[in-house]
Design a protein around this ligand. Sequence first.
Ligand SMILES: *[C@@H]1O[C@H](CO)[C@@H](O)[C@H](O)[C@H]1NC(C)=O
Ligand SMILES: *[C@@H]1O[C@H](CO)[C@@H](O)[C@H](O)[C@H]1NC(C)=O
Ligand SMILES: *[C@@H]1O[C@H](CO)[C@@H](O)[C@H](O)[C@H]1NC(C)=O
Ligand SMILES: *[C@@H]1O[C@H](CO)[C@@H](O)[C@H](O)[C@H]1NC(C)=O
Ligand SMILES: *[C@@H]1O[C@H](CO)[C@@H](O)[C@H](O)[C@H]1NC(C)=O
Length: 348
Amino acid sequence: MVRAIGLLLLLAHALVLVISIEAAAPVRRPRCDAGDRAALLAVKAAFNNASYFQSWTPDIACCHWYGVDCGGDDYDYDPTDGDRVLSLAIIRDDNVTGAIPGDAIARLTRLQGLTFFKVPGVTGPIPAALATLTALRELTISRTALSGSIPSFIGDKFTALQSLDLSFNSLIGAIPASLAKPPKLNSIDLSRNQLTGSIPRLLLSKAGQQAFLTLSHNNLSGSIPAAFGAVNFVQIDLSRNQLTGDASMLFGSGKKELGSVYLSRNALSFDMSELRLPEQLSFLDVSHNAIRGGIPAQVANLSNLQLLNVSYNRMCGEIPAGGNMARFDAYCFQHNKCLCGAPLAACH
Ligand SMILES: *[C@@H]1O[C@H](CO)[C@@H](O)[C@H](O)[C@H]1NC(C)=O
Ligand SMILES: *[C@@H]1O[C@H](CO)[C@@H](O)[C@H](O)[C@H]1NC(C)=O
Ligand SMILES: *[C@@H]1O[C@H](CO)[C@@H](O)[C@H](O)[C@H]1NC(C)=O
Ligand SMILES: *[C@@H]1O[C@H](CO)[C@@H](O)[C@H](O)[C@H]1NC(C)=O
Ligand SMILES: *[C@@H]1O[C@H](CO)[C@@H](O)[C@H](O)[C@H]1NC(C)=O
């Protein structure tokens, strides 16, 4: 009896505690906008009700469906907006197959994030219907079987876009010049496609503080835009294309945040002797090009430098010694015109 009363008191106490917590900080559980729910069910049906969408059932509010988000720290949440879907992510699933259901996704009009990642069964082009998703900030369609070209509406219509990742697909054609337009776009990854043509002249010219650009493993030609000299890159990877001409605009002591530069396997030709490499540079791979001149003495002073590869170029002169140079083996310098000194043979 005494125990029973004790238990009852404990329960009552717990109840009061729960009620007071609820009162102090009412947790708002987003439920579901009816139009968004209908649009999501159309997405599910378009993908043949694949098991990825198991939780997408009427007894669960659509904001809690797997891969669906109506709020959270990553997105601007407007409480007057109702429970609108702000992001949709379909990630790592082999059973989701078919074309991207553009009409259905376009009905999620508040969408800020759209992700297809490692869904190799997703095929076809980027649907034109997506052009109405003007609130998009992050668009990722990566490691799918996406084909066709990159539509220019991505740059023309997605004025809030910050990050674009279309890597590891089968995209063809040129990079649309419109991708230079979104004022907040600072991260672009189009690597591992079959893109051709030249790099748009003003790409990332509005990027502000930190820019990331990955265009490696494509078939891009022409020269690196001179305007890249004014872009504050943190990382740039243009390797494995057919780019020609100068790359020296990427460097300079003013490039305070530049950490990684990957330019290998292109046809770049410029004189490296006069380059001023930024202090915090960590990765520099310019192998397999037609670069001339010598290695700037200053590389020995770059304390963060973890990778230096100038092999397979037309460079000459003595490899700088001291500092951190012992980190780099002969393979980093091999196949040049007349580079000499450790770790290669001594200079005469
Ligand atoms: C998917 O599920 C809906 C609702 O249960 C059903 O009407 C539709 O026929 C299903 N489609 C496929 C391809 O299984
Ligand atoms: C894909 O489908 C197969 C066969 O229906 C199933 O065994 C497997 O668990 C599914 N994979 C995922 C990620 O749902
Ligand atoms: C890239 O260009 C080269 C030379 O122009 C060509 O031989 C090759 O087939 C192209 N590759 C792709 C994937 O388009
Ligand atoms: C390397 O650093 C030392 C010490 O700060 C400095 O005296 C020297 O001029 C630097 N060398 C180059 C090539 O920047
Ligand atoms: C430098 O590039 C050459 C040629 O591609 C390669 O053989 C070597 O392994 C590379 N070294 C490093 C450290 O990346």
